[in-house]
Write a protein that binds this ligand. Structure first.
Ligand code: SF4
Length: 330
């Protein structure tokens, strides 16, 4: 389906998130975690945010669902600007937007058993008339994510990593949200368990028409789960578009670098087309002028050092580069 025919669930405009550095002269300095992001998430899709560690993808995910306040810019959810809402006004939207964390052990309270963990959101929003109904709802959630109901009184440490993540997923779907931010949900799990959890997420998406913002640094996982991909570098968008076309023909040099870095099973293919980047990842406190990728980009020219690249629309792809790679019709 063409993007113009899809329904927008969430839209960020010129979204900025900065963190002040504390202490002494550094007090006036800020970490530019997310800079001028314009992004749409369509109903029912999985949009993946990808990029190296520290590129701002987790901060962007949290800012989009108002777990972190935006420094400037807006986020609209179903056409309503949630950035301008008070906590009270936002309370009704909170249940529509949930998050699954990377480390299921750290995100589950070790002093609460499964019953208490899953009852918490249900009680907050008064979904049950009485205790018996509440317990039935908890058991139904456990069943949906594949945790036997006889484990209802067990504590997080009594489960495996995969089971703990299933409990985290059950907590996220408890209030039937529309959007779930999945922040590296399988990267702490063994590879053998990863596919089971990814399949569970897909099944739940089909059943409840969920929309996912899937944050990951693992491009193999992203290829499996995402309909569209948004690539980030140092707080800014590089490229966004549908997964198949981006994997087939990346137009931004940084996207190509990330895709070339995916480990290949065939040793003959391992070094083929591999672009090796020079230099360290620059600091988000003093990001490079112009294109933030210019200090590492093999194609950088003078204009890249001075001017922020505009958003080029190439078909349904957005590319933020002065000189998109072959395949651009500009
Ligand atoms: Fe490279 Fe210039 Fe494109 Fe940035 S704008 S990715 S430096 S070619």
């Amino acid at each position: 389906m063409a993007e113009k025919d899809k329904k927008i669930l969430l839209e960020a405009r010129n979204l900025v998130k900065e963190f002040p550095l504390s202490g002494g002269r550094r007090g006036r300095q800020v970490v530019h975690a997310v800079s001028d992001v314009n992004l749409k998430i369509y109903e029912g899709e999985t949009l993946a945010l990808v990029g190296e560690s520290g590129c701002g993808k987790s901060t962007l995910g949290r800012t989009l669902i108002k777990l972190l306040p935006a420094t400037s810019g807006t986020v609209e959810f179903e056409g309503m600007d949630i950035t301008a809402m008070s906590d009270r006004q936002f309370a009704d939207y909170r249940r529509q937007m949930q998050i699954i964390f990377q480390d299921p052990y750290a995100s589950l309270n070790p002093r609460m058993n499964v019953k208490a963990i899953l009852s918490e959101p249900l009680t907050t929003y008064h979904t049950a008339q009485d205790k018996a109904e509440l317990e039935a709802q908890v058991k139904a959630l456990m069943k949906q994510v594949g945790i036997p109901e006889e484990f209802i009184n067990r504590y997080p440490h009594q489960f495996s990593g995969g089971q703990r993540q299933r409990i985290g997923i059950a907590r996220a779907i408890a209030l039937r949200p529309k959007l779930i931010v999945c922040d590296e949900p399988v990267s702490a799990l063994d590879v053998s368990i990863q596919s089971q959890v990814l399949n569970l997420l897909k099944d739940l998406q089909d059943e409840y028409k969920l929309t996912y913002l899937f944050i990951s640094h693992d491009l193999s996982v992203v290829k499996f789960i995402a309909d569209r991909v948004c690539v980030m570098f140092l707080g800014m968008m590089c490229e966004a578009g549908d997964t198949e076309s981006i994997y087939e023909k990346p137009l931004h040099p940084y996207t190509r670098f990330l895709l070339d870095a995916i480990p290949k099973a065939d040793p003959k293919l391992r070094n083929e087309n591999k672009e090796l980047l020079s230099g360290e990842i620059p600091s988000p406190v003093n990001p490079p002028s112009g294109c933030r990728f210019h200090t590492r980009c093999p194609y950088a020219k003078e204009i890249c050092r001075t001017e922020v690249p505009p958003c080029r629309q190439v078909g349904e792809r957005q590319v933020f580069c002065h000189f998109p790679l072959e395949g651009s019709d500009e």
